[in-house]
Design a protein around this ligand. Structure first.
Ligand SMILES: [Zn+2]
Length: 88
C-alpha cells in the first residue's frame, strides 16, 4: 500500500503518463481510496490541462468562438462609450 508521501512524489510522473502500468495502477488505487490525495491529484491535473490548453491549436472551437464574441462586445461597448464614432 502506497503512502501519501510516495503518492505525491510520483504525482508528476503519473500526470505525465511516463509511469509504467504497474506503478500507475498503484497510484490510481491510492487516489481512489485517499480523499486528500484525490483533491491534490484533481487540482494538479486541472492545472496541467489549463497549461496544455494554452497551445493555440488546443483551444476548442466553442471556447474560441466565445472568446472572440466577448472581445467583440468589449470593443463595441468601448466604441459606444466614445459617442458612437466608428473606428475599424
Ligand atoms: Zn494519500
Amino acid at each position: 500500500m502506497l503512502t501519501c508521501k510516495q503518492f505525491l512524489q510520483e504525482l508528476n510522473e503519473f500526470l505525465d503518463e511516463t509511469l509504467d502500468p504497474e506503478a500507475r495502477a498503484e497510484l490510481e488505487r491510492h487516489v481512489n481510496e485517499c480523499p486528500n490525495c484525490w483533491v491534490v491529484y484533481n487540482t494538479t491535473e486541472k492545472t496541467v490541462k489549463v497549461f496544455k490548453g494554452m497551445e493555440p491549436q488546443a483551444v476548442p472551437e466553442p471556447i474560441r468562438a466565445r472568446l472572440m464574441d466577448a472581445i467583440e462586445r468589449k470593443c463595441k461597448a468601448r466604441r459606444e462609450q466614445r459617442g458612437g464614432s466608428v473606428e475599424v
